[in-house]
Design a protein around this ligand. Structure first.
Ligand code: GLU
Length: 323
């Protein structure tokens, strides 16, 4: 079993928007929370533009997001990093994983995967993620490679011991029966990646880099110690912890923020047509985000820096003990 404990490292946090549209009320919550956490810890706050999925990106959205953040007084401490410029680095890391026999090429189409799962008696259900059946784990059998996958199943199975109570007190731990980590807001979390996700994709069949690989490499290269992001991403965390472990990288602390829901209960998202925040009234947009985070109203403060200072204090009271 491999156990992780947070050490006294200098704090580096980040906000990592995908520029598929401007900031909306939901993404501002993650932006504000990550900024508050960095400020409350006296650390650095970085912005990374996750434009790795270029076909989904919107022209001009990255600049718009940076301008919206600036209007809200959320200014990064270093120039933003753009994932679209990091292909060579991702390739190097994939090559390292291949050399370690921790990544393999996959020839399966979606239809092949469905057929293999059906043969195992696993019917397709809407909105239910099913694990990759492992078809190409032992080789391509003459088929042409399409994507690259991480040997998650084998990597996890080589972890000797099962999770125990000691593991639950650690910030994270990986065992042969699953990975657990302690989220700073949600508490102890668990996922058996081998069973629930299987060998996940690192490079997609269309040649694009998968989020899991890019996020792990960038968080490490940017020396990120604390990840604060929306709760919709929480179940990606064990995949990222496994990859970090396989690559010998440090695992950051994680805090997942509450999601903002639209009137119909759906998560607010760009795909759902969430409107851009009104950056001509940044204090109002921030006050809404602060309220979603359970922070007190800005009260009489109608001066942005003072309202932000008030929220930094309230945030520190809630979360500095979990750093
Ligand atoms: N780019 C992702 C998003 O906009 C966030 C990834 C992360 O924070 O790890 O949903």
């Amino acid at each position: 079993m491999s156990l992780g404990h947070a050490g006294p490292t200098p704090y580096v946090g980040r906000f990592a928007p995908s520029p598929t549209g401007p900031l909306h009320a939901g993404s501002l919550v993650a932006a504000l929370a990550s900024w508050l956490d960095a400020r409350a810890a006296g650390g650095l706050w970085l912005v990374r533009i996750e434009d790795v999925d270029l076909p989904r990106c919107q022209a001009g959205a990255a600049d718009r997001i940076l301008a919206q953040l600036a209007a809200c007084g959320l200014l990064p401490d270093e120039p933003p990093l753009y994932q679209s410029q990091r292909g060579a680095r991702y390739q190097q890391v994939l090559d390292d994983l291949v050399a370690l026999r921790l990544a393999y090429p996959c020839a399966c189409t979606r239809r092949d995967i469905d057929a293999a799962l059906a043969a195992q008696g696993l019917a397709r259900e809407r909105h239910v993620e099913r694990p990759y059946p492992g078809t190409c784990r032992q080789g391509l059998q003459g088929r042409a490679p399409r994507a690259w996958r991480f040997h998650a199943t084998e990597y996890q199975s080589k972890m000797p011991e099962a999770l125990d109570n000691q593991a639950l007190e650690a910030t994270f731990s990986i065992a042969s029966n699953g990975t657990c980590w302690t989220d700073r807001r949600l508490g102890p979390q668990f996922q058996d990646v081998a069973d629930q996700v299987g060998d996940f994709v690192l490079r997609r069949a269309d040649g694009l880099w998968a989020y899991q690989l890019a996020v792990v490499v960038d968080d490490a290269d940017q020396r990120v110690t604390h990840v604060v992001r929306g709760e919709d991403l929480a179940d990606n965390t064990p995949r990222q912890i496994l990859l970090q472990s396989a690559l010998g990288l440090a695992t950051p602390r994680y805090l997942h923020t509450p999601l903002v829901r639209a009137a119909d209960g759906e998560k607010l998202s760009k795909q759902h047509g969430a409107p851009a925040i009104d950056d001509s009234r940044p204090l109002q947009a921030l006050a809404d985000a602060a309220s979603a985070l359970g922070l007190p109203p800005a009260g009489k403060e109608n001066y942005l820096p003072q309202a932000l200072a008030l929220w930094v204090k309230a945030w520190a009271q809630n979360y500095n003990s979990t750093l």
